[in-house]
Write a protein that binds this ligand. Structure first.
Ligand SMILES: [Zn+2]
Length: 462
């Protein structure tokens, strides 16, 4: 599909003044209020404001003046939440009973933050009970299109520990705002509904199996010091540490020559080597917008960090949650990273962005969970460039997930699916002036050759 005017789906088309750096301001109509789109689309009189074409000249922002800690605070939930400290660690392979929360569009990864805005009285009373106990509940992905009382077929979930919460009553309606962190994976053994309607689950906490160095028996103890790779070097491939790192890895695996298998076989299952290769792949995504020195060094935490920061679909994520060992998880992630070069609309396969358009606006990384005032959690990926999108409604700063930026709803130009939001700076000196926040649930990863042809037909994606 060409980006001419022939396919304009809505009225009042107004060419987006991307290149002039202007916001698509206008003097008509109402705010697109609501802070997040989907639940409000039905009752809002939305107005098409412009279209987004790919700006080939647009460069990756080199200067970002924005404080990346602002989005991590989730300040749109208010500053009056009560904080809780401490951490509950559940024993591996232990069987426990805990209340379950099913959420559509969310597959919680250990380490991820989960903000919630709750309106359901049953769930609010469940959360109050959870806070009085060990502040831990189970989060299970809800794959159903419509919410019913039946449990989904998903049998894997993640414990979430509440670290901040506030409940309040407004006009007789009780609501609750919660911030929680993903902790441990579990498998559901049994579920039942209590008399008060709360869904309970008997779950087994999944273990994190750590594989010992396979060559430890073949290597002379005196050579052990040669296998050590300083953390500072591990974190900086590409920054001059490459050759040293390769040498160290070679030495580390040299004992393989005393075994039946060559070093490259061991390298395929070596955590350090896998982390090195994944970081090299990630550089083609984020370039220097993310300082990879700050990501976790521990293979388990690193594997979860990457899993929560690349736009995998729900099934790919659930597949990663099934894996009990960091080595296998890292191998799967590397495989998925190599297969993805572009991001396309899940609804129609339209090319929306390249992986190199991704950049970081938050300390959490390029992707994080945010909740809109309707209670819908959107995992949002930040990009500095996107295409084939239409802007809907007018910019609004209400409940902005990125304080200082106004949001405008984005739709896919081809199938009109909700894709996310355009964020524009409200102050002149803020850098970047604008960026795109696309919701993971609307995206799929694909290969360059998968881009649909001129007829706009969707093509099969990985
Ligand atoms: Zn689409």
């Amino acid at each position: 599909m060409a980006d001419g005017d022939d396919d304009a789906p809505l009225m009042n088309e107004e060419e987006e003044r991307e290149n002039e750096g202007e916001n698509s301001s206008g003097d008509e109509e109402e705010e697109g209020g609501g802070g997040g789109g989907i639940p409000f689309l039905g009752r809002l009189r939305l107005e098409f404001r412009g279209r987004v074409n790919r700006d080939k000249k647009k460069k990756r922002p080199t200067k970002i003046t924005y404080d990346p800690s602002l989005p991590t605070a989730h300040s749109y939930l208010g500053s009056d939440l009560e904080e809780y400290s401490g951490r509950t660690v559940l024993d591996d392979e232990s069987y426990i009973t805990l209340p379950l929360l099913q959420l559509p569009g969310v597959v919680l990864i250990p380490g991820q933050t989960l903000p919630l805005h709750l309106f359901n009285q049953r769930i609010i009373s469940m959360m109050k009970h959870v806070i009085q106990n060990n502040r831990t509940f189970g989060l299970v992905h809800d794959s159903r299109r419509r919410l019913t009382d039946e449990m989904t077929t998903v049998t894997i979930g993640t414990t979430a520990e509440i670290y901040s919460a506030k409940d309040e009553e407004d006009s007789g309606i009780e609501t609750m705002r919660v911030k929680a962190t993903g902790r441990q994976r579990f498998r559901i053994v049994d579920t039942w509904r209590q008399a008060d309607g709360i869904l309970m689950g008997k779950v087994m906490v999944l273990p994190e199996i750590e594989v010992t160095d396979a060559l430890v028996g073949a290597r002379l103890a005196s050579h052990n010091r040669l296998k050590l790779v300083p953390v500072s070097l591990m974190a900086s491939p590409g920054a001059g540490g490459d050759s040293v790192l390769r040498q160290r890895r070679k030495r580390k695996l040299s004992a393989a020559n005393l075994t039946w298998w060559p070093p490259w076989v061991y390298e395929m299952y070596d955590c350090d080597a896998l982390i090195f290769h994944i970081k090299s792949e990630l550089r083609s995504w984020y370039e220097d917008s993310l300082t990879l020195e700050k990501v976790p060094a521990n293979p388990v935490d690193f594997s979860y960090w990457v899993a929560s920061n690349i736009p995998l679909d729900d099934n790919q994520r659930l597949g990663l949650l099934e894996i009990n060992s960091a080595v296998q998880r890292l191998r799967r992630i590397l495989d998925l990273l190599k297969k993805c070069t572009i991001l396309v609309c899940k609804g129609c396969g339209q090319h929306i962005a390249n992986k190199s358009d991704v950049f970081c606006m938050s300390l959490d990384g390029p992707m994080a969970n945010y909740v809109n005032p309707g209670g819908y959690v959107h995992e949002t990926l930040t990009l500095y460039r996107a295409q084939n999108l239409n802007l809907i409604g007018r910019p609004s700063t209400e409940n902005s997930w990125f304080p200082g930026y106004a949001w405008t709803i984005l739709q896919c130009r081809h199938c009109t699916s909700h894709m996310g939001w355009k964020f524009t700076a409200t102050k002149r000196k803020m850098k970047p002036e604008k960026f795109w926040g696309l919701t993971r649930s609307a995206l799929m990863s694909g290969m360059q050759g998968d881009i649909p042809g001129a007829d706009g037909e969707p093509s099969p994606m990985i």
